[in-house]
Write a protein that binds this ligand. Structure first.
Ligand code: NAP
Length: 460
């Protein structure tokens, strides 16, 4: 490797690590993202400076195509569609690794004269890259509702076939490692892994997709690192390991915050049920309120804790929420935001939306801070959140979300819930909170309801 390229790589790695550190806080996240992107820019230029680079037109074509497709897609994507965007980008990374592994096999005439570890790393990359590409495409299809979001299986044969696909990919790879140079074997590895990826993700409910995407993302990182080992490319090894490690940590944190084991998620069958519209919870009536009553209740409170959830994201109500908070603060009410780690559909979903509406970071409280604050709140204003405030997680050991840490909104003096019905959220289960004597429901789209509360507050 040339000295210039080596120095470039060290700069790139430092920028990646600084970028990741920036992503640990909403305040520094945008800068962190730009830092890591700059690191990737330096890594690409350094790679292009490596000896033996050729086919410049192809390289430029690739860069232009990637930019033309990637930039507008990332700019236009709605916040609620971000998980599927990540799935697609991640899948493309895995697909690229799988293709590079195939090219490497052809270029070296079946790893002729190369140490065994090159074949092992390359075939490992081919398997994981292909699984990640096809699995991510299925995840994208489910989240985009192009495929059924419910768990899909092909009957009793599903699990055995999934295992056969994985075993076939492994078997083809072993035959290649023992010295066979038939290209069909590598194609077999890629195709069998593709079947495994598709069959693995299909039975998982749309609701668990963000965790699956995070897992596949970690897998893509590992496959890139393995490919880096095979190609003797330090940049791929380091970048791949960073993605693999951070993706694994994120997957673990998400699974923990949802109180689901990774195995249970991969076993499938959870979520994707959609909410049913009823006016009662378990035959217990719920109390509804109006925007004007809610506005009065809020205006005369000392302390209000806003609990945002997925519904706020769907309704894009964050700007109206900020306006409402400004009006309340103008009336001397202390407003803070209780942010549950898995509120919404991706990690940091609520932080990003509230930051977009310029809500000060100091007002955002994490789970523990919020649960300490809620007993002193006069009103807990739940905006499009459901599972993350479901008391069943604390009280009902038969509930699928039992044990999941939740925001204890019933500990506040009163609760107002803004949603369109008493229907279920992501987990597909009833919520006793709606029938609690402390709770009143303001039915309707979150943005319209908050906007109505805002105009009522202006008249008070
Ligand atoms: P949730 O339990 O999914 O509930 C969201 C609620 O929003 C729904 O019950 C829905 O009720 C309401 N809603 C939808 N559109 C609305 C609109 N336009 N206006 C008002 N309300 C609307 O959401 P959550 O409490 O935020 O919990 C998130 C769930 O996602 C958790 O179970 C979590 O485990 C899961 N999850 C999160 C992540 C993550 O990384 N954040 C990843 C995977 C899974 P109506 O239909 O009655 O309006």
């Amino acid at each position: 490797m040339s000295t210039v390229a080596a120095v470039g790589y060290v700069i790139a790695f430092s920028l990646f690590i600084l970028g990741l550190m920036g992503l640990t806080s909403p305040r520094t996240a945008v800068r962190g993202n730009w830092t890591a992107a700059a690191g990737m820019g330096v890594a690409i230029v350094s790679t292009l400076l490596l000896p033996g680079m050729g086919d410049w037109w192809l390289i430029v074509l690739g860069l232009v195509l990637g930019t033309v497709v990637g930039v507008p897609a990332a700019r236009r994507v709605k916040m609620t569609a971000m998980p599927q965007m990540v799935a697609l980008f991640n899948g493309v990374g895995g697909g690229a690794v799988a293709l590079i592994a195939w090219v490497e096999f052809r270029d070296t005439f079946g790893y002729l004269g190369l140490p065994l570890y090159v074949a092992v790393a390359s075939l490992f990359a081919a398997i994981i890259g292909s699984v990640s590409f096809w699995g991510s495409l299925v995840a994208f299809g489910k989240l985009q509702a192009w495929l059924p979001t419910r768990p899909v299986t092909i009957g009793v044969l599903h699990r055995p076939l999934t295992l056969v696909a994985l075993a076939a990919a492994g078997a083809y790879a072993i035959v290649v490692m023992t010295g066979s140079t038939s290209e069909w074997l590598v194609i077999g590895v890629l195709v069998a892994s593709a079947f495994f990826g598709v069959l693995m993700v299909l039975p998982i409910g749309g609701a668990d997709m963000p965790v699956v995407i995070s897992l596949l993302n970690a897998a893509t990182g590992l496959s890139a690192a393995a490919m880096g080992l095979a190609l003797d490319n330090t940049a791929l090894i380091v970048a791949g390991m960073l993605v693999g490690a951070s993706g694994s940590i994120l997957t673990n944190l998400m699974a923990k915050a949802m109180n689901r084991s990774l195995l249970a998620i991969l076993a499938g069958g959870f979520g994707g049920t959609g909410g049913q519209v009823t006016g009662r919870v378990d035959d217990r009536p719920v109390r509804s309120t109006s925007a004007s009553d809610a506005a009065i209740q809020l205006a005369y409170a000392n302390r209000v804790v806003v609990v945002p959830g997925y519904g706020m994201a769907v309704a894009q109500a964050q700007h109206a929420v900020r306006e409402m908070a400004d009006l309340l603060e103008g009336k001397g009410v202390e407003v803070s935001y209780a942010v549950h780690p898995v509120a919404g559909r991706m990690p940091g979903h609520m932080n990003v939306l509230l930051a977009e509406a310029n809500v000060p970071y100091e007002s955002l409280k994490d789970l523990d801070e919020s649960n300490a604050l809620l007993p002193q709140a006069d009103v807990a204003l739940v905006i499009g959140a459901n599972d993350v405030v479901n008391p069943a997680a604390r009280t009902d050991s038969s509930s699928p979300i039992y044990g999941m840490p939740v925001l204890d909104v019933v500990s506040s003096r009163s609760v107002i819930v803004l949603k369109r019905s008493t229907g279920a959220g992501f987990a597909g289960i009833d919520n006793e909170l709606f029938a609690d004597p402390k709770t009143s429901m303001l039915f309707g789209d979150a943005k319209s309801s908050v906007s109505e509360v805002v105009s009522e507050l202006k008249d008070l």
